[in-house]
Design a protein. Structure first.
Length: 339
């Protein structure tokens, strides 16, 4: 006898009746292993600066960074992503500070690896924190970002990060061919196990505003945009081509940025290319959540956890999120309550 697959033989709510059965059939789960915490670092000592457009997030000097990463490691967070705030007086048109072996980013890497060697360190490979104009590369007289000369400097920057001890270099610049050039340079210099997380599908999004405030590049950019190298938000197929090229050139993992508005891209990358795929819940997403939470319009814990679970459902292997520390604390509390 063949059972009917229609109602009432098939009641999908049966499995939702009890907590235990909902847990048994849950398709995706968020754990601390999914979290990467972006951090902003500044020069100085005992320096802690609030970021008005990102409530709860601060710029830290290296001595305070050392304390913070110990807490993050204790929570089980696998990795942090470092973003330096470059003083305006050392920004130049050619971004020489980007590959200074004693630069802030390089010293931050060394600080973290000395303090918590088990904590993964991801560095941003891009020139916008170091240029007087705020673009991610070297510009010509018309303000157009030049691809190949920018790539040459990105290679120097990536090598300086690897030499400092970075576990993962993450080119976020969107220049053509830069992954292959960086991979070749790393291999030739003996950094065969330095990983590359390519920002392969980074869109020319309006959700980056608070981040640019945090690193101090918004004022340099002066209203200009990055549409000649970051991707058009209207495009999806192009993202697949970008990811495929970066993997072919030697990327170990790829990034989709921003996150929630582009979860369809995460899903396509994971389904079609089946490569390690990460997503960035960017500053604008964080700021929107915090604004709604602080106004009492959304429940903090429930909405933040739901937002990150959406990344997992879409196929992300990991998530860069400014909520990482708080979420890790919540997950630890939940685990302790079960013991």
């Amino acid at each position: 006898m063949t059972l009917s697959q229609s109602f009432p033989a098939r009641r999908l709510r049966r499995l939702r009746k009890h907590d235990f059965s909902r847990r048994l059939v849950q398709e995706n789960q968020l754990t601390v292993n999914d979290l990467i915490y972006p951090m902003f670092v500044v020069e100085g000592t005992n320096r802690r600066e609030a970021i008005p457009s990102m409530p709860g997030i601060e710029r830290l000097s290296l001595d305070l960074l050392e304390i913070e990463v110990k807490e993050l490691a204790a929570l089980g967070i696998p990795a942090v992503a470092i973003f330096p705030v470059t003083p305006s007086e050392i920004k130049t048109e050619m971004a020489e500070e980007a590959y200074n072996e004693n630069g802030l980013a390089q010293r931050a890497v060394m600080c973290i690896k000395e303090t918590c060697p088990e904590l993964g360190v991801i560095t941003d490979v891009a020139l916008d924190p170091f240029t007087t104009h705020g673009q991610d590369g070297i510009i010509d007289n018309e303000g157009y970002v030049l691809n190949d000369i920018t790539t040459e400097i990105l290679v120097k920057q990536a090598l300086s990060h690897a030499q400092a001890g970075a576990d993962i270099v993450a080119p976020s610049d969107m220049m053509d061919g830069r992954i292959g050039a960086i991979r070749e340079a790393l291999e030739n210099a003996g950094f065969i196990n330095t990983q590359i997380m390519a920002y392969s599908a980074k869109y020319a999004s309006s959700y980056y505003g608070p981040f640019r405030d945090a690193v101090g590049s918004a004022g340099n950019l002066k209203g200009a945009n990055k549409s000649t190298y970051q991707m058009d938000p209207a495009n999806s197929d192009e993202a697949i081509h970008e990811v495929a090229l970066d993997i072919q050139e030697g990327a170990d993992m790829v990034m989709v940025k921003p996150g929630m508005p582009y979860l369809d891209i995460v899903r396509r990358v994971k389904s079609e290319l089946k490569v390690p795929t990460f997503a960035y819940q960017v500053s604008g997403e964080y700021a929107m959540h915090k604004a709604a939470i602080d106004n009492g319009w959304l429940k903090e814990r429930e909405c933040v956890l739901e937002s990150l679970l959406c990344f997992k459902r879409a196929g992300a292997n990991g998530i860069l999120t400014y909520f990482a520390k708080q979420v890790a604390q919540w997950l630890k509390e939940d685990q302790n309550n079960k013991l």
